[in-house]
Design a protein around this ligand. Sequence first.
Ligand code: AMP
Ligand code: ZN
Length: 119
Amino acid sequence: MVAPETPRDCLFCRIVAGDVPAEIVLAGESTVAFRDLNPQAPTHVLVIPRHHYDNAADLASHDPSGLADMFATAAQVAEREGLSGDYRAVFNTGAGAGQTVFHAHLHVLGGRPLRWPPG
Ligand code: AMP
Ligand code: ZN
């Protein structure tokens, strides 16, 4: 498979490249995990693929094992953060669902009681 392009103006591609600072929690072969700038829970980490995909569906159709890596990384983050297996992993997909950065990212939230439904 040909690696997808890295859009110059994509914030998360720039974090992967090290051009924008971030508090990195885990740097894996195909994923990077860093703390959200505006945390919604005591632990709020974003897991992203190193390659650019606009959203989770795009990632799933082009690189299914990359999508699996995202969830495996989320579990490692939860373990390191001491969440005892209690965390939420969320993809916001589309502006109407709250997606503001169009490079696929998995929110990993925990460290407080998480209500359901999330709203
Ligand atoms: P979403 O709204 O699902 O697209 O999530 C984007 C997330 O990126 C938000 O939770 C933002 O707080 C977070 N964010 C935006 N810019 C940065 C940044 N430079 N470093 C870390 N997190 C960021
Ligand atoms: Zn990107």
